[in-house]
Design a protein around this ligand. Sequence first.
Ligand code: SF4
Ligand code: SF4
Length: 264
Amino acid sequence: MVTREMNPGFRIARRHGILKCFSNNQLHFHRNLPMTTTDRLFLTVDQAVDAIQRDLEQYPIQWHLVASLVPIVFGDGAYVTGYPTKGTIWLKTPDQKTPILVDDKQIRQRIIHRLKAAPPTSAKLSEICTRVFQTSAIAAQQGALSGVSIETGMDRFDCLQCGRCCRSLDYRDGCSLEDYRRWQRLGRTDILRWVGVINECGQAVACRIWMVPGTNRFADACPWLKRGDRPDRYVCTIHDVRPSICRQYPGSRKHARLTGCMGV
Ligand code: SF4
Ligand code: SF4
């Protein structure tokens, strides 16, 4: 099952408050946020490389992307050719006399290894991020930190309330302890009944959703998803206190596109 989880590099940025997230004030299913400017996030060089790695690992091989990254990452004259669907990829870099045979996993590993071994300048990183995240990325500075500022495009995102993400993406491990404690603070025993808590030495260490109350079985569907006022629309009946993984979806236009979200 495709995970609903956003690129973890982006998630880290959100958790540390680096992401400035705004949206218009229409009623959204997943996003109901105040008015407006551009939804951007700042990533340090290390965070950006981590986000690139997660992106390349998260989705099946993105051949056109990989082919366009190779000359930027390895330098002029580097290229890939071959048949990626058959696992036959030839990689030529300036420091090799002849192309070498790699598979789709190895080519991604080599790109990441190169980016970690020789971190790119902010300018080059912005070019890479523009391609990887299919959006505008510019070199940026935050205090003493160099990095990139990435536009997520989510300020213009409109959820169609189709409910697809709630029905087809995997969120079972997406419930955080913060979610769990928030529901405890709010006295939401109705929600807590559906949460499986993993304890170690009497301490809650992880949660899973949504478990049929009184069983060890996952519910077939999210119990909080209901039909809306139109047959093709759905609503989340715990919208205001929904888990953070639901709150954060989709994290970017690319995340939406590659996980089947039809929002516009
Ligand atoms: S799949 Fe996209 S458009 Fe549909 S409900 Fe989820 S966020 Fe909204
Ligand atoms: S809690 Fe709400 S947003 Fe999350 S999967 Fe269920 S219905 Fe969808």
